[in-house]
Design a protein around this ligand. Sequence first.
Ligand code: ADP
Ligand code: ZN
Ligand code: ZN
Length: 782
Amino acid sequence: MLIRVALPVPLYREFDYLPPSDTSNNTDPNSTDLNTIDPNTTAPPPIGGRVQVSFGRQTLIGIVVDHIDSSLSEVPVNKLKTIKQVIDTKPLLSQQMLSLARWLAGYYHYPLGDVLSVMLPTLIRQGKPLDLLITHWRILPNVSEADFHSNAHKQRQQFAMLKLHGEHGASEDTLLLEGMQRPFLKLLEENGLIERFLQPKSPPNPVTLAKMPLTLNEQQKQAVDSIIATAKEEKYCGYLLNGVTGSGKTEVYLQAMQSVLEAGKQVLVLVPEIGLTPQTRARFAERFAANILLLHSGLNNTQRMHGWEDCREGRAQIIIGTRSSILHPFANLGLIVVDESHDQSYKQQDTLRYHAADVALYRGYQLGIPVVLGTATPSLEHLKLVQEGKLTELVLSQRAGNAKTATLKLVDARDKPTLYSDLPAAPSEQASLLPNLKNSQNTGLTDDTIHAIRDTLEAGEQVLVFLNRRGYAPILLCEACGWQADCVRCEAHLTVHHSQLNSNQPSYLKCHHCDWQASIPLACPDCASVNLNAVGMGTTRLTESLHALFSNPQTSKKTYPIIQIDRDTTRKKDSWEDIYRRINSGDPAILVGTQMVAKGHHFPNVTLVCLPNADRGFLSPDFRSPEHTAQLIVQVAGRSGRGSKPGKVLIQTVQPENPLLRKLVRDGYQPFALELLKERKMLGLPPYTYGALIRCEAKTLQRATQVLKDAISIMPQHQLAILGPIDAPMKMKNSRYHSQLLLLSKQRQPLHQLLNYWWPQVLQLPSAKYLKLTLDIDPVGW
Ligand code: ADP
Ligand code: ZN
Ligand code: ZN
């Protein structure tokens, strides 16, 4: 018998090894792991377990994917090497996880060994034994309460006291999650107050309700009933929970989850890759007394491995995680929820380019459990699946409780082109940035918008102005010759960072794609003119303009705070909490925010939302742009009127006659999206065709293009539409050139058949050496 192993190497094949003949030499004498091999047996390494093998001159860790008969190997048996070490004597990955890996490898045309690498936490991949014991901390028996009361760290000491009493104390993981810091635990240990010990992991307590559920409205009830019925029958069904913002989708998740959790099963809730997780956790923790696990990018390797094990062994009951948690093993998963399922962060943009919502549907099908995709703005892909009967739609058309749906209104802004950086404003409207920039009177906001803001503030309410661009201005332009400050490494303008109000703030130019920085030149490098202007509007400039209008005691009777929320202002630790606190006070204020504020947040006193240039996406050449822009507009609009007062949304536009935009404002997202879907069908674009995008990154554009031309020349007979090679949307980024080739097919099958055969050959092309070639199935941007 031979052992077939998947190794983390970029080759589309697996490798055969001889089983270890005498396993007694293979046990690591230092290992404390109960899982390592029993020296008295010579059982072959199990399928789904890790082994260490020689590969060329390296030693690699791989996963056993099969036991095969010696006659089946392509390599003569006497040429095969023997497995060096068996790491797991029991399977680490179940058959189900291996089929998931095989499906991912097949669908995304990615090597199986690399897929498994993406699926496993780093420490597991490096061969670390599973942790069967975990560190706990407890108070030493002879220590009394009084010993704990030193004046320093009083609060933390009390917190520790509370958590660490009892024979079992508390696990270190739990303590760290609750905000305790390891150095503090060590300090208490050094002071002879507490001790650490190892404890076998204990099974979780059954989940109980911590708080009564809300009374559902009719639509919510129907949704919950359908999901629960599917879960009880242990069947797969994909649901699209299509509910306007504020319609109570979360309450539907919670009540569907309750039934699944009470049956002793796990629930996975996927959330977009934003700071949503702590807030979401609070909502779940308030409802259920359960082991809630958070999986996000901020975890270190040990926490990640423990999280992975807790999913696998069933200790985690509710798992709230970003994209990659869909690749975790679960002991007994009963329900998957994908919140904000339209969100683009669900698509992984490097290595294995999977879409977490698609993988969620596959896993639901594989496990026979319901999958709920929840959103106010479904993607066109998901709407098409509803039309085809592959997803079941559950509609929530009303806001829950007393909140009313916000009204959208278009505002004609054709005389305010400042906000459109690619349409440079007339020079007279711009103030010179250097040497003495006068504050421009042009805020980029129309008089109607300014009036509406003033009325809202005077009524004691809050305003949100959404501008998806950080910094002071997106362009530095020479008025004399038209020179613009560009990044030397990217095909992109440098953003002007500058502050009128705060002279301590340094002024500089920065590339938002590669972070390259430069100082602002005193004169144009091409023509030496000093007439340099900052063109267009970023959040800093908008904040300062609004400041002049609403916050300056010299010009206005009453002043209001202007709160800027973007990556620049929230970078420091705790700054988000501080901003949140100011907003939640409910006092009248203007919030100026980027993408960061678009999703998930609950600002109950915001009653007016202004979008000064959100319609830009309707001018973009990318065919997906209207869909994504509309999703963004609707999500931002959803931040208004979430409390008891009705909300209003003003969308400034330079194209007030645009039929799509008018449809969105008049009829809402769904009819708009269905219209777009018809258009895609007519034009033969996704989701009515299936796409694969090949991208090449090289030192020169010529090399990047050449390999794609060569790839076309070795393509067998086909029925696909081929677009390219063309330059990528940003052809130079970080000093590397990007070229791309798009394949579109009317059916999925022929596309995948072609790729199976052709893609491995493309990777072997002589011109493909020393450059980066990637394949993206169902790409979202090109
Ligand atoms: P969504 O996720 O659809 O945007 P949320 O779940 O955040 O909406 O719900 C919006 C608000 O409505 C929340 O404050 C929630 O507590 C409340 N809510 C939800 N369902 C009900 C209900 N059946 N009765 C009363 N209030 C509800
Ligand atoms: Zn010039
Ligand atoms: Zn750059």
